[in-house]
Design a protein around this ligand. Structure first.
Ligand code: ADP
Ligand code: MG
Length: 621
């Protein structure tokens, strides 16, 4: 089923009958997000909002009553209410608080202080705690609503793009965000792969090529080397700089002007500095097509020629070329083997960038698709293929449902996500939750729900005779190996003691199409409740672990504490025990934060740092 769209307005030109096979492509970006769909000729089109805009700024603003807005309206609140205006959520996906702590000051909003090693980062807005998954789901939801209005039909299936360097946790988080937004995420696609598809690269099954995708956006630079063979994309290497993009070009211009008018601009207030950077961006964009820029500003003449601009940009562009060389080295590819270069990101409109790239690679440079839109357009091509609208393109065999194991609190931990290409072999590490634990039950489930009780149990076994160790110390590697016939072998191994166990489960595919459709539908209808329940259980688990850790800490370190501190900590532990009983996620997370802050002085005092760390509640599965 293909949808006719009016390219200018993005609206439907004629109502098409409802069908199941509409799949959208979504570029969930750091700065901007876009949604696209293939038209009835299979040509991808960006879906515009009612004002005709294609890009939705990936920004969320929360009001005092916790209601929120997404997009350009949210962006307008940035200056007046920065703590409640969230941007760059994508940088937080799959990250722990520890990961983000060092660069916390580059964000205008704050995080929950979670000192636990693996504690996922949560954003604090008016003392409510949001996960990056929830926040991304708000952005996705806004895009879907915009597309549903433009197409006048319900959207339930999507392909979402992620950077090629995203790890398993970041991809899973993106998938979860889609699910929470009510979408069935058919596939997570690498951004460079999507960009290539938008140019038709890889659609010819006979093509065998090695290409480079050069993505210079607003805040980040990514270079990927891809091998395309028989319609299969393999990422050979990626390199990049998460803090190098168009913003730095603007900064270079603004600084030059500030330097020219050293005396007049010596004590520049912050809003004026922002204004100057805005004008710098205008100048940069103007000079992509003109030779001079001049502007009168507060009695000063701000001027810049194209040649001057290029001089300022040179060191930044040089960095991207150095990274490109490093990516080629990593891939073990000679530059002459690159046949095509795909340009992505608004900053590739700069002529000096284009020249540098084309001189360096000496290959065909593809830059005629709008570089802001190319990723979303390619995602729509992939979506159209998955919707079954391009019968000429064979699909690889994939797992129909996710496979995973049960973890603490009855949660489903997905090891092999649905739609993973088979054969596949994926492993993940776990640990124990109790001191001296001798056995670990591994129960394997299939399905998309967050709680195992709603999924299909495939089998179970016990990894026994673990040597006694403190909770959290054993390193248990669980590997799922899925062969081309869908036979699953699960292997669990304790790495410190080399205790291991292996079982073969034959029924990974043993499920009827109807049963599968039911399981998938269920997961979508229940996504919001499931995700809330999952977050509640995670908060409960965190709370319970902290209670145990406090108990341990008090019994070992009571001499290091004043009576007042001992009472204070005991009191808080009691409160946490009560809250864990009632199980309200936000109040548990709030108290955990408060206890972490309260306990800082004595954890520092505890001479044995290992014991100090115990109070921060090392997370175990
Ligand atoms: P991101 O990938 O970070 O979401 P985009 O791909 O949307 O970013 O690129 C945004 C950047 O592109 C901004 O820095 C913007 O100034 C820059 N940009 C957009 N158009 C032009 C142009 N014509 N010339 C130079 N830079 C441009
Ligand atoms: Mg981008």
């Amino acid at each position: 089923m293909k949808i006719p769209i009016d390219i200018k307005t993005g609206s439907l030109t004629q109502m098409s009958p409802l069908s199941q096979d509409l799949v959208v492509g979504i570029d969930l970006g750091t700065t901007n997000s876009l949604i696209a769909v293939a038209d009835n000729e299979g040509k991808p089109q960006i879906i515009r909002d009612y004002k005709g805009k294609t890009m939705v700024p990936s920004i969320i603003h929360f009001f005092e009553d916790n209601s929120y807005i997404v997009g350009i309206e949210a962006k307008h609140q940035m200056g007046s209410d920065p703590k409640a205006t969230l941007y760059s959520i994508k940088r937080l996906m799959g990250k722990s608080f520890q990961d983000m702590k060092e660069i916390q000051n580059t964000f205008g909003y704050t995080f929950l202080e979670n000192y636990e090693d693996e504690g996922l980062v949560r954003v604090n807005v008016n003392n409510k705690f949001y996960t990056p998954v929830e926040l991304s789901s708000f952005i996705l939801k806004a895009l879907v609503i915009q597309a549903e209005a433009a197409l006048d039909r319900k959207i339930s299936r999507a392909v979402i793009t992620v950077p090629a360097y995203f790890n398993d946790a970041q991809r899973q988080a993106t998938r979860d965000a889609g699910k929470l937004a009510g979408l069935d995420v058919l596939r997570i696609v690498n951004e460079p792969t999507a960009a290539s598809l938008a140019y038709g690269l890889g659609l010819d099954r006979n093509m065998e090529e090695t290409i480079a995708v050069y993505d210079l956006g607003g805040g980040t630079f990514d270079i990927s080397i891809l091998r395309i063979e028989n319609g299969i994309f393999e990422v050979l290497s990626t390199k990049g700089d998460t803090f190098l993009g168009g913003d730095d070009f603007d900064l270079a211009i603004a600084e030059k002007w500030k330097n020219t008018y050293r005396n007049e601009l010596q004590l520049l207030p912050l809003e004026k500095w922002y204004e100057l950077k805005w004008i710098a961006e205008e100048a940069k964009i103007h000079l992509s097509q003109n030779t001079v820029f001049t502007r009168l500003w507060n009695g000063l003449t701000l001027s810049l020629s194209k040649i001057e601009a290029e001089e300022l940009f040179q060191p930044l562009i040089f960095k991207t070329i150095e990274l490109s060389a490093a990516a080629l080295r990593d891939a073990g590819i000679a530059i002459t083997e690159i046949s095509n270069v795909v340009m992505v990101g608004g900053s590739t409109r700069i002529p000096a960038v284009k020249n540098a790239v084309s001189q360096y690679f000496q290959a065909k440079v593809h830059d005629d698709v709008n570089p802001d839109e190319v990723v979303a357009l390619g995602a729509a091509v992939q979506a159209d293929i998955l919707a079954g609208n391009r019968k000429d393109l064979l699909l690889l065999d994939v797992t129909p449902l996710s496979l995973g194991i049960e973890t603490l609190g009855g949660l489903m931990d997905v090891i092999v996500p649905r739609n993973t290409k088979v054969p596949a072999r994926i492993g993940r590490n776990y640990t124990t939750s109790k001191d001296g634990q001798k056995n670990l039950a591994i129960t394997v489930y299939q399905g998309e729900r967050d709680l195992v009780k709603h999924n299909r149990k495939l089998g179970a076994f016990i990894l026994s005779n673990l040597p006694p160790m403190p909770a959290g110390l054993p390193k248990i590697e669980v590997v799922f190996a899925l062969d081309a016939d869908g036979i699953l072998t699960v292997k669990a191994r304790e790495l410190r003691s080399e205790t291991s166990m292996e079982v073969v489960i034959k029924s990974a595919y043993g499920i009827s199409d109807e049963e599968m459709a039911m399981l998938l539908l269920d997961s979508i209808h229940n996504a919001k409740n499931d995700m809330e329940e999952k977050q509640r259980i995670e908060a409960l688990n965190e709370g319970k672990l902290l209670i145990d850790s406090i108990q341990k800490f008090i019994s070992l370190n009571s001499t290091l504490m004043t009576t007042e501190e001992l009472n204070g900590l005991t009191e808080r532990k009691k409160n946490l025990e009560l809250l864990v009983e009632t199980g309200n996620k936000d109040s548990i997370m709030g108290l955990i934060q408060e206890i972490n802050e309260y306990a800082q002085p004595f954890t520092h005092r505890a001479m044995d740092s290992v014991l100090g760390a115990a109070l921060s509640g090392k997370k175990v599965d």
